[in-house]
Design a binder for this molecule. Sequence first.
Ligand code: BGC
Length: 816
Amino acid sequence: MNKKWSYKKRMIQFSLLMLVMAGITGCNLSEKGKTDQERVEEMVSALSLEQKAQLLIGTGMFMDLPDSIKNMFGDRKMDENTDTLYTNMVDRIRKYLPGAAGFSSEFPEIGISSQVLADGPAGLRISPKRKGEERTYYCTAFPIATVLASSWDTELVYRVGEAMGNEVLEYGADVLLAPGMNIQRDPLCGRNFEYYSEDPLVTGKMAAAMVNGIQSNGVGTSVKHFAANNQETNRMSVNTVVSERALREIYLKGFEIAVKEAQPWTVMSSYNKINGVYTSESHDLLTKILRNDWGFAGYVMTDWGGGSDVVAQMEAGNDMIQPGQPKQIQELIAAVNEGRLDEAVLDQNLSRILGIMLKSPKHKGYAYSSNPDLQAHAAVTRQAATDGMVLLENKNQALPIAENLKKVAAFGNTSYDFVAGGTGSGDVNEAYTISLIEGLKNGGFETDEELAAIYEAYIQENRAKSGNPKNWLAALMGGKEPVEEMPLAKALAAKMAGKADVALITIGRNSGEGGDREAVEGDFYLTATEKAMIKDVTEAFRAKGKKAIVVLNVGGVIETASWREWPDAVLMAWQPGQEAGNSVVDVLTGKVNPSGKLAVTFPLSYQDAPSAKNFPGVEVKSDQTDDAADLSGFSFMRRVPWEVVYEEDIYVGYRYYNTFNVPVAYEFGYGLSYTNFEYANLQLGSATFDGTLTASIEVKNTGSVAGREVVQLYAGAPNGKLEKPEATLVAFGKTRLLQPGESETLSFTINASDLASFDEAASAWIIEPGSYSLKVGASSLKIHQTASFEVDSEMNVGQVSKALAPQRSFDRLSLN
Ligand code: BGC
């Protein structure tokens, strides 16, 4: 009997059985009165081995990509042995949401529905147009993660998540592939814009707020990329060599917080290896740490094409393979039939997938509208972006722009062609991006038409030459890079200084998935043309007693020290989402007083970064070559055997600069305001730490305009058996909008987990005895109040699994 027939026969038998059961009991498997666990168990036992494999392996890649590329991802066509039922099912579900990144199989006769998985993380990514339809399906491009983190406002991030999750629900998706929450280890990682911070506490708190906000809609999230995926160079083959302590304290900590505080429905394992093992094949990571140590209750999916051995993935606890290929289905079936894989392992993977499936909108038959309130969400993004903008310089109160100054000359290509967000899968298909020029007009400014015409003509002429990303994936997915800056004639700057009241100069950058940035002019550094523009415009305007303001439209860290003294003010606008120009103008005019602070350090030069000498790693001669690698079908993105050693260890970001006294351009936590704040009356609930400690501080607005202040609490630990950074962030908060003269007392609770260090020898989190300092301030260097407290004796505050140990020794940065 051939396979097709045996499958059909089983299905017929099964359907009959269901009909009989329904007849006897007047119900079916999805009826009420059974616990979710019972329903899941029934579903699993009703599935054949083939169906199990089909559910564990995603249904393929259906993105709008050219055929040549699609073929490289693996031909979706089934071979002749493939069940027609399966082929038909795949053809059906791929139409559920055009542009979604992945789907899982459905078996309606068993009560199992497909799950629709879509990117993430700056908004929902789906195709804006559908064949044969007039209407469009745009989504809101919210501010990138770096902006949200710079707000230091978890309530705001929750609200953004709520709005984002509503689009997920109303467009018919089940899981948003977001938030991205890798640590910004190095300034050049091409996807830093999708990530929050160099600090794990900020990362974890932001991600937890985002997950809670999105999931409040009854849809799921996939926190990604788990873990230590801190670069794009050779991302599918890179082996990250890193200590257990750095992993636990820096690279895993944010995920731990998000899992414990928000229980994301799913986790996405990353492409890279950690200490020799692909994360998607790592039982240590996905079972011992994620589930046993942290209590994660959902399912794990691969990143798209990650890992190489489906059997190892299933055994590790990586429950779903995305996007999935037929040969992976066959491999799972063969592995069970040949006794290489215990079917019980698959049943466990399935149970986790089905447990989440029961909660999903598709399963519940939610009647989505395809009509979310995009206008309301535009208002959310407009406000959120302003809260994450960081005022870097402001000489003589150049900002806010005085009310009588109405004529603006806007320099820099990106003033006219603003970047809303980065490229790749994190790029949202939004209906529009408000440019700075449009934002200025909307805000009642008069922009110089002559200058606008010159820039617009230049951009048009040069777009083809320099606006296409070097990064192939960005290009493929329709990403754009700013056009190389127009050389500005001094005479034009002088002419404008005569006509306009104030100058704005925008510097733009873009980057994204598939490529890292470079420490070169035009990327990390400004080009000579850009510097000349800043200098010449500033001088021309200053000669007329007028001001020039730089707006940075970038997704991550750039060099600022060599030029920041020239202009009158510098505003870090980041890539602020689709309302970009409106958001920037709200801050420039003082409608919103900037309250963002940097969640990443800006070094003086790239070489100062602690990771610089180990980024993006080196080719290695003998990697374990993956014979099974081609199962993923992603051979075009593999496979240079590559290794990166995290020699800087726990000294990431400010933990390095502040401990080793390395001067920086702008320290972690830095940001100015249009008003001033005073800190007073730091009080600790106790002089000794007994598991928790409360602290409160009074913050007063002593300036002349209303504003909000981000308050940061750092703890400095005594020398003990483990070395410690100078101080680490243990809590943060933000005042409400304080009127001039108004005060607010902020209260904090410091928990054991905020204070503990990871002791590799004991596989435990410990707090060492001695005297600790608690420093409260406006940045990691601007400390306003300090208090101290004692820990009487060593506290073991969490015994965890021994896991992910490096396979060899390597140099680790140390104070000793
Ligand atoms: C990216 C993920 C993304 C997935 C689906 C991968 O290439 O790394 O972040 O969610 O594609 O588009």
